[in-house]
Design a protein around this ligand. Structure first.
Ligand code: FAD
Length: 518
């Protein structure tokens, strides 16, 4: 069975025994990438259970430095999560709920440590929201069994997607692998199940007596971040200013975006020099904002209840948030995408390059293609890159350089503050034509045309590449090809590492050869 089926099977199998268990001394909510108090389904269920039984609610978060390595988590992302935990701890404490943060050396020790913790605090009810990556689903299925054996009720629920994976099927009962029909089904499903946009209640304030019972847990130390995942002071200062942490910041951004920018989103979302998008990805990836809340707030900007009517910017933004659901559904339906495999087996035959100097030029923003270099430098500086540029640089790595897309996917995870396995894998699958809807012969971005179309005055390029500040609007997109080579050379800007026309022809030939090979 697929990992999700193992978990759902385990939950079903133990449902009866779980329901028969009476709450003992405390109820635990196991936080993962759902670091918020508002509209958090499992937390809401846990707090209701604790309140009804008159026992304390405990928030638990378990960190393993091995997880950071295994998930290639960028230092900027680790730092964001750590800062978020501080905010969450503070917010929960105001409700008389402790957030206990536990560090274990090896990730495989996590279930054992959680069971010990439950035992120490006499907690026989634990709640968590589901995470859809393969390892996480398998671990949770195992935890459900281990808990059941010990008379502990462990409830794992869907929360992170607006529409839970598995809910949408085509007329012939198949899972969708192409976005457009999937999106139509997603919209129809929400319209017929409007409760999917009902928000879950934040925990109530617990009594001082409940607080007193778990008092020592309020003093827990925050975990030590391993050296390899720590930010330098200079980086921290800059990045903290870009990315304040916590759910209040997420809500402020969402509200501001919905008031000021969403109306023009459809026109401005592709212009990388403008702040026309929401910059909410880190919050959606960390769970400081729920996708449900995001869609509901956007929809409330509209007079109409339908998600595909009313203000165009609102509709477009909701359709982008839906992409996040889409890639999580793909991950659940075809879990092998988690294992470094292309979506369709024949795409494994493509012969990739491992040219180290080309990869270094790409990753350091020195390819001689200004739009590529600007984008890569933006990511190095902010831990974030504009969506249009993510597509351009990913296409360039896989198509123009023919470098194994998995190296790019990995590099993104190691550098993005919003690194999310499903969205990143989906984005690379799309751009490298190895994903659900590959289109290898049509989807080869021309970096020059993309640059001229989406950054016509070169504002984005000049912002991130100071060497090109003195170029005219025409020169800035391709200084060596447009007679400004001497100026560019003098300013220290590198020459192009490939010619797009040749690279395009090579990519088409290599894809064809791979796909037609037996
Ligand atoms: P907005 O335009 O305001 O969109 C709102 C939200 O919708 C985003 O925050 C995000 O959660 C979701 N969203 C928008 N576009 C997409 C998309 N194409 N796929 C999935 N979700 C989307 N997004 C990540 O969150 N994490 C990643 O690791 C990631 N890696 C990517 C890699 C590649 C190669 C590509 C092409 C895209 C990737 N994306 C990723 C998607 C997208 O680029 C970012 O979500 C977006 O740029 C974030 O900026 P924003 O919050 O201002 O987006």
């Amino acid at each position: 069975p697929r990992p999700i089926e193992s978990l759902l099977g385990a939950l079903e199998h133990t449902a009866e025994s779980r329901n028969g268990i009476d709450v003992k001394d405390a109820v635990v909510h196991w936080f993962k990438m759902d670091l918020r108090t508002h509209d958090n389904r499992a937390l809401s269920l846990a707090s209701e259970k604790a309140k009804d039984a008159g026992v304390p609610l405990i928030g638990l978060y378990v960190v393993s430095p091995q997880d950071f390595e295994a998930h290639l988590t960028a230092p900027v992302r680790v730092d964001f999560v750590m800062r978020t935990l501080q905010v969450l701890k503070h917010d929960l404490a105001k409700l008389n709920v402790p957030l206990h943060v536990e560090t274990v050396e090896k990730r495989k020790e996590i279930p054992k440590r959680i069971l010990e913790f439950l035992d120490e605090w006499g907690a026989n009810h634990m709640f968590a929201n589901m995470e859809y990556e393969v390892d996480e689903l398998r671990r949770e299925a195992k935890m459900v069994h281990l808990c059941a054996e010990r008379g502990i009720a462990f409830e794992v629920v869907h929360d992170t997607c607006v529409v839970p994976p598995g809910a949408l099927q085509s007329g012939s009962g198949k899972q969708y692998s192409v976005y457009s029909p999937w999106f139509r089904a997603w919209l129809a499903h929400i319209h017929t199940n409007p409760d999917l946009l009902t928000l879950f209640k934040a925990p109530p304030t617990f009594s001082p007596a409940a607080r007193a019972k778990v008092a020592v847990l309020f003093d827990c130390e925050m975990p030590q971040v391993p050296e390899s995942k720590r930010l330098s002071e200079e980086d921290a200062q800059r990045l903290h200013a870009f990315w304040p942490a916590g759910e209040h910041e997420a809500m402020d951004r969402l509200e501001k975006f919905c008031q000021e920018k969403i109306g023009k989103y459809h026109q401005r979302r592709n212009v990388p020099s403008e702040a026309g998008t929401s910059s909410l990805s880190v919050h959606l990836a960390t769970g400081t904002l729920s996708a449900r809340t995001a869609v509901l707030y956007a929809r409330n900007r509209n007079k109409v209840k339908k998600l595909d009517a009313g203000i165009e910017g609102v509709q477009t933004w909701i359709s982008e948030v839906a992409w996040r659901d889409f890639y999580k559904h793909v991950l659940v339906n075809w879990p092998y995408v988690c294992m470094n495999k292309p979506f369709k087996p024949e795409y494994s035959n493509i012969t990739w390059s491992y040219n180290a100097s080309h990869f270094a030029a790409w990753s350091q923003g020195r390819t001689g293609f200004p739009v590529i270099d600007a984008a890569m430098r933006q990511m190095a500086h902010m831990g974030w890159m504009h969506n249009r540029c993510r597509m351009i640089v990913a296409s360039f790595l896989a198509k123009d350089l023919l470098i194994d897309w998995r190296m790019g996917e990995r590099f993104f995870m190691e550098n993005l503050i919003d690194g999310d396995f499903a969205s990143n894998n989906g984005g690379w699958g799309f751009s490298a034509s190895v994903g659900v809807d590959p289109q290898p012969y049509f989807r080869i971005f021309n970096p020059l045309l993309q640059s001229e179309k989406f950054d016509p005055n070169g504002e984005y390029i000049k912002k991130w590449i100071p060497e090109l500040k003195g170029m005219t609007n025409k020169e800035v997109h391709d200084p060596y090809g447009r007679g400004a080579g001497a100026k560019a050379r003098k300013a220290g800007y590198p020459e192009r590492i490939v010619e797009h026309k040749d690279a395009r022809a090579r990519a088409l030939a290599v894809y064809k050869e791979g796909l037609e090979r037996d």
